[in-house]
Every structure is written in structure tokens, then in C-alpha cells.
Ligand binder design. Structure first.
Ligand SMILES: O=P(O)(O)O[C@@H]1[C@@H](OP(=O)(O)O)[C@H](OP(=O)(O)O)[C@H](O)[C@H](OP(=O)(O)O)[C@H]1OP(=O)(O)O
Ligand SMILES: Nc1ncnc2c1ncn2[C@@H]1O[C@H](COP(=O)(O)OP(=O)(O)OP(=O)(O)O)[C@@H](O)[C@H]1O
Length: 492
């Protein structure tokens, strides 16, 4: 990519989140990730070009020096900070504007600094069979927090029973963020139990919100639509997917065939999420013990029998296990962390110059990682302990908000390249790659917001459960009874 010869016509809108907008290159498997700002203060960010570049470089450094060693070399692509011609960025911003979803237009793309992160396009993977005409598929999952707080600081009993995602759903619906409740529960996805994972992914398909997307040849073909006819959307998705899973089976018709195709998709997703390259070598997957806080969430719509169905484990090096371990660095809960944040604040008021030594805003280098890894386990009253816990919490926050990309390319007969997924010997095979994205550092300043938000979510949940005068389990049990009118897949 020659930075002085950038042409906006080579790039197209790819997607965006709350903080960044992503464009992809038409020919090369590359994306540019540009930051966004609230529309009202876009021109007043008062950042010099140097500060803007530092900010982008900080994101790259955090990915490279902190998240990559924690999550694993093979999953994290840290990218590169680039400085783009301002003219190109302005033209690009005009070009993509019409493609942007309305709900994201409260923020505008940064057209002032020219700074961006250049990354591999993780929706792409090269097909492993010459003459293979089916383009790559990619499934993106934002799994969110996969455990219940086990800290003694978590003051409300409900936090030990119902997971944050399930409680947050009530708050999000009340605030109008979503129109329909998601039945997805992260604890089921992270359980390592294939039946529970199956149901979790089925619920993501039924109500994707911002947790589930599918791309074909790098183009988004399935995601959240507020006023969608879900069954029709799923049937259309099945039409897209059928050549991948039933290549020789003629035209697909009817609800049953859609279910069969989506069933195959879920099986492949589960295999990719549980795959661990180490297990390939040794033959036996290495297990991690189930940890505290990982049993199940009482708001999950799963049947008790399935929850009781034995202990299951995540293979040690699978992507979910890596993410969960990083999430669990938050072992005090925000309620235990907040007093330590205040200790740091007080210390910085007295000794403002210490901010740099303590690496509150970076640099995100090996030293920062050491502080995260070697934080004392007991509170000795020191500032070092408080800062170590704050750093750990911020890393955990990043892991609770990241996304997993599973890119799949069909393999022809006898063309099996490593790594590959084979669901059953008679079924089509895929070569695949699994990556983790959106690993930006969460600002130190957001801790008070997290503290308030946590209490709002819990209090709102308790109120809404009380107002229905039903215990949480009963609520979702009623939902389950209604499941007949929605999609029912058959668990493996
Ligand atoms: O707080 P949460 O759990 O709602 O997570 C926020 C996400 O909302 P979600 O619940 O996933 O829909 C939110 O996602 P959306 O904008 O809702 O798609 C962001 O990812 C936000 O991160 P950041 O502030 O942009 O760095 C996320 O904020 P952080 O808490 O990770 O800072
Ligand atoms: N390297 C990549 N390759 C392909 N697609 C990508 C890549 N990085 C991001 N995307 C796409 O762009 C979308 C937005 O990116 P990202 O999640 O990093 O934005 P964000 O604003 O940081 O998100 P959040 O709302 O979680 O803060 C992703 O959901 C994904 O679909």
C-alpha cells in the first residue's frame, strides 16, 4: 500500500462500532480502522497531529505488547499505525457516509488527523483448493463476559446468579437500544459443553443484536435488523450457506432444509471455537478446570437437565479459553476495584508526576504487561497494588468487549491444508482461521462510569423482575414455552 497514492475509490465501507469505522480495500486483503468522535465536538478535539498519532500508536502497542502475549500470538493481529493523506481521508468520509447505519451517525469519522490503523482483513482467507469457486465465509461473534463475579465485594446476591449480559438486556430494552430481547447467554457459549454452546449460537442467530455477523467474500450478509422478519432472514441465510454444507444436494426448499443448513453452520462454529492447535499435536485436548463463577446463569433459557449434564471444560488454548482467562483478571468486581481506583486518584492528586511512572495512560510496553502479570495477590495498602489491579481490570474490560472472527474456506477432496475442520468424515471440510479483534485499551477515566453503570444494570434488573413478581428462572421458563413459535434447532 503506497500511502502517497491513496485513492478513495479503492476502498469501501466495511463496518463500524462505537469508536471506529472500518473500510476495506477492493483488491488487497487489508482494512483501515479510523477513529470516530461525537459529532458535536469533532472539530474541537484539540488534538495535535502528533497527539492523534500517539493515540493510534498506543492502540497498536496495547494490542501488540499486552493483549497479544495474553491471548496468544496466533489470534491477535496488532496492525500498524499509518498516516494517510488528509485529502484521501476527507473523500473517503464523504464516500462512506451514505452506507453508515443511522444509529451510528451520532459520531463522525476523524478527518482531521489522517491517522489510522492498517490491519489484515480478517474476513478473508484464501481458498485452499485451486478452482474452488465458493468464496470464504466469516462469522463474527462478540461473546461478552463469560463468568459470574466470584468476588466477595459483589454486594448483590443476584450478581452471583445472573450474568451481566442477561441483566443488561432488560436495561437495553428499556432504553430503546434494542427492540427485542436476546436469549443468548455468554455463560453457555463459554461453557465448553457442546449442547449449551449449540443453544447459545442458535440464540445469536435468532437475535444477532451487535453480537453476531456473517460475511461472505468479505461482504456482510447477516446481522442485526430491527424490523426484520427473522424466519425469512434465516431462510435467506440458509440459501447463501447451502452450497458450503450440502454442495451436491440440489435446490434447498422449506423450513426443514434451512434448519439442516444452519445446524451444520453451528457445528462448524463450535468446532472452530473449541479448536486448539496444541491438541492437534498431542491428540488429547489439554483441559482447564472449570473455575469459580462459571457454573451457569439463572436467566439462561436452558433446561436444567442440560445444565446438570456433567462438567465440561474449555480446551486450554482455544480462543474462548484465552479470552475467558483475560476477562477473569477482573477478580475483584467493579465494586472491589472502585476503592482502589480512588486510592490511585488520591495518590495522583498528591504526586501528579507519578502518573508516567505508574503508566496510567501507557506506554503499553513490556513493563505494563509485567505490572498486569505480577500484581501482588493480597492488598498490602500500596499504590503498586492499587495500580496493578486497575491495570488488570482494564485488560479484563477489553477482553469482555472484544470480538472473535472465524474465517472459513471450503476445501476440495484431498486438499486438506492445516489447520482444517472436519465435522464428520462424510461432511465438507474447511480450512479456517480464528482471530480476535477490537482489543483497544479502555480508558482509565471510564472506571467511575463502569461503577455507576454496574449498579444501574443490577438495580434495573431487580426492579423489572420484581415488577413481574416472578423469580428470574420462571421468567425465562415462560420464554422457553414460547420457543415453539420461533426457530427450533435440534441440539447435537
Ligand atoms: O459496557 P457494555 O458492556 O455495554 O459494552 C459497551 C458496548 O456495548 P454492548 O453492551 O456490547 O452493546 C459498546 O458496543 P456498541 O456501541 O453498543 O455496539 C462498545 O463496545 C463499548 O466500548 P467503547 O466504549 O466503544 O470502547 C462498550 O463499553 P465498555 O464497557 O466495554 O467500555
Ligand atoms: N481487521 C478486520 N478485518 C475485518 N473486519 C474488521 C476488522 N476490524 C474490524 N472489522 C469490522 O469492523 C467492525 C467495527 O470494528 P471494531 O469492532 O473494531 O469497532 P469499535 O468501534 O472499536 O467497536 P466497539 O463498538 O466494540 O467499540 C467489526 O465489528 C468488524 O465487523
Amino acid at each position: 500500500m503506497e500511502l502517497d497514492k491513496m485513492d478513495e475509490n479503492d476502498w469501501k465501507y466495511h463496518g463500524e462500532g462505537n469508536k471506529s469505522l472500518v473500510v476495506s480495500h477492493g483488491q488487497h486483503s487489508r482494512v483501515l480502522r479510523l477513529l470516530k468522535y461525537p459529532a458535536e465536538n469533532a472539530e474541537n478535539t484539540h488534538q495535535t497531529a502528533e497527539q492523534a498519532f500517539r493515540h493510534i500508536q498506543n492502540i497498536v502497542d496495547f494490542n501488540k505488547n499486552v493483549m497479544k502475549p495474553l491471548l496468544g500470538e496466533k489470534y491477535v493481529h496488532h496492525g500498524e499505525a499509518v498516516k494517510l493523506p488528509l485529502d484521501f481521508v476527507r473523500q473517503l468520509s464523504l464516500k462512506v457516509q451514505q452506507e453508515r447505519p443511522e444509529s451510528r451517525c451520532d459520531k463522525v469519522m476523524d478527518t482531521f488527523s489522517g491517522c489510522a490503523v492498517c490491519l489484515p482483513n480478517l474476513t478473508q482467507i484464501s481458498a485452499c483448493h485451486i478452482g474452488e469457486h465458493r468464496p470464504p465465509l466469516c462469522i463474527e461473534i462478540k461473546p461478552k463476559c463469560g463468568f459470574l463475579p466470584f468476588s466477595r465485594h459483589a454486594s448483590k446476591e443476584v450478581k452471583r446468579k445472573v450474568c451481566r449480559f442477561c441483566m443488561h438486556q432488560h436495561f437495553k430494552l428499556a432504553n430503546g437500544k434494542w427492540k427485542r430481547m436476546s436469549r443468548y447467554c455468554p455463560l453457555d457459549l463459554f461453557s465448553g459443553n457442546k449442547q449449551r454452546m449449540y443453544v447459545a449460537i442458535k440464540h445469536l442467530l435468532e437475535e444477532p443484536q451487535n453480537n453476531f455477523k456473517i460475511f461472505k467474500n468479505g461482504v456482510l450478509i447477516y446481522s442485526c435488523k430491527d424490523d426484520a422478519d427473522r424466519q425469512q432472514d434465516l431462510n435467506e441465510l440458509a440459501q447463501h450457506l447451502k452450497p458450503y454444507f450440502f454442495p451436491t444436494n440440489g435446490l434447498i426448499n422449506g423450513h426443514q432444509s434451512s434448519k439442516a443448513v444452519l445446524n451444520e453452520l453451528i457445528q462448524v462454529i463450535i468446532s472452530a471455537l473449541l479448536s486448539s492447535w496444541d491438541s492437534g499435536r498431542t491428540g488429547e485436548p489439554r483441559k482447564v478446570l472449570p473455575s469459580e463463577g462459571r457454573a451457569h446463569c439463572e436467566a439462561s433459557p436452558l433446561h436444567r437437565d442440560m445444565l446438570r449434564n456433567g462438567n465440561h471444560y474449555l480446551p486450554k488454548d482455544c480462543v474462548l479459553s484465552k479470552i475467558l482467562q483475560a476477562q477473569m483478571l477482573d477478580n475483584l468486581d467493579i465494586e472491589g476495584l472502585y476503592p482502589l481506583y480512588k486510592r490511585v486518584e488520591q495518590y495522583l492528586e498528591e504526586f501528579p508526576k507519578e502518573r508516567n511512572r505508574l503508566q496510567i495512560d501507557g506506554p503499553y510496553n513490556e513493563n505494563f504487561l509485567e505490572k498486569v502479570k505480577n500484581c501482588p495477590s493480597e492488598d498490602d495498602g500500596s499504590i503498586e497494588y492499587a495500580v496493578g489491579k486497575v491495570h488488570q481490570y482494564r485488560v479484563a474490560m477489553t477482553a469482555k468487549d472484544c470480538s472473535v472472527m472465524i474465517a472459513l474456506a471450503p476445501c476440495g477432496e484431498g486438499e486438506l491444508l492445516e489447520p482444517s475442520l472436519e465435522i464428520q468424515p462424510s461432511k465438507p471440510r474447511f480450512t479456517y482461521s480464528v482471530s480476535i479483534l477490537d482489543l483497544d485499551p479502555k480508558p482509565y477515566e471510564s472506571i467511575p462510569h463502569q461503577y455507576k453503570l454496574d449498579s444501574k444494570i443490577v438495580n434495573y434488573y431487580l426492579r423489572s423482575i420484581q415488577s413481574k413478581q416472578e423469580p428470574p428462572k420462571l421468567n425465562r421458563t415462560l420464554d422457553r414455552d414460547r420457543e415453539d413459535c420461533t426457530l427450533v434447532f435440534h441440539p447435537v
